[in-house]
Write a protein that binds this ligand. Structure first.
Ligand code: UDP
Ligand code: MN
Length: 290
């Protein structure tokens, strides 16, 4: 095991960077490691030359990480951010769900809101020039390397219910430039006395980058669009499919019947067999792509 010398202390890499660009994801438990496995396979199939870097905490066991290293991912072990006790309490699952209830969908039991903030460690990956972060509950359906050339900070809108949400960002996909200075500046703002980020890293990033650039909505197509805004769906244009709220590997979740075609697609990527031709899939309206 070699450790890349240019990473800050506290980050231990399984191998050196092989590109100046990386797709980055985060996994803090075995469930999200499984999500990241399907994601990593989908990224490889997109034909990119960029690295796939997986930030993971010490709590993820070796068996859960093995499929990721077998796929060639660069594993980077780290810990959650060193935030204050008071901050951690305010953002603990029970507290956050009570103070900022989710009314539109349901989070799985294995989702810990505090862990989300660990995404900010992407800015510590200073051996990359440009990174595209992608949540572990997503799939890349075509080559999206052009996102590396977007400016910091670029993210797609948080659209899954109504078009009025186009001005909100979703932090499941974003372009950023690692920088020790930016990381330090972020931590100062993040853990201020009484700071409460109701949608965790998403609210924080929206606040820290008020002039964020918009990515096309297809670069982070949220699964609820399938049933809430079916006219917006177009398999031919989707770059990233993001399973926000319920996860495709959760057995029989409340939306499983409505989302069956999307769940089946996710399983095809996880197993790496029978992956369909995306552009020939039927859109939710029932119409076939031309
Ligand atoms: N995550 C994680 N462990 C957790 C919570 C989140 O590893 O307990 C990571 C993982 O990459 C996940 C992302 O943070 O995809 C954001 O959480 P999630 O995707 O569940 O939120 P949603 O997209 O449903 O808002
Ligand atoms: Mn997600």
């Amino acid at each position: 095991m070699s450790t890349a010398s240019s990473l800050p202390s506290g980050l231990i890499a399984s191998k050196s960077a092989a590109s100046h660009r990386a797709y980055v994801t985060l996994v803090t438990n075995a469930d999200y490691a499984m999500g990241a496995t399907a994601l990593a396979r989908s990224i490889l199939l997109s034909g990119t030359k960029a690295d796939i870097a997986v930030l993971h905490t010490g709590g993820v066991d070796a068996a859960a990480l093995k499929p990721l290293s077998d796929l060639g991912c660069r594993l980077i072990e780290t810990e959650l951010l060193d935030t204050s006790e008071a901050f951690n309490e305010r953002h603990a699952r029970g507290k956050l769900h009570a103070n900022a209830p989710f009314t539109k969908g349901r989070k799985p039991a294995f989702h810990s809101p505090l862990d989300n903030f660990c995404k900010l460690r992407l800015w510590q990956l200073t051996d990359y020039e440009s990174c595209v972060f992608i949540d572990a509950d997503a799939l890349v359906l075509r080559n999206i390397d052009k996102l590396f050339d977007y400016p910091e900070f670029s993210a797609a809108p948080n659209v899954y219910e109504t078009l009025k949400d186009f001005h909100r960002l979703n932090s499941g996909v974003f372009t950023a430039r690692p920088s020790a200075e930016t990381f330090t500046a972020m931590l100062k703002v993040l853990d201020r006395p009484d700071a409460f980020w109701r949608r965790t890293d998403q609210t924080f990033l929206e606040t820290f980058f008020p002039d964020w650039h918009g990515l096309p909505v297809f670069m982070n197509m949220l699964q609820y669009v399938w049933f809430n805004l079916p006219d917006l769906w177009d398999w031919k244009q989707i770059g990233v499919l993001h399973y926000q709220y319920e996860k495709p590997w959760e057995e029989g979740h409340p939306r499983a019947a409505e989302l069956k075609p999307l769940i089946d697609l996710w399983h095809a990527y996880l197993e790496g067999t029978s992956i369909p031709d995306i552009s020939s899939l039927p859109n939710p309206s029932g119409s076939h792509a031309e």
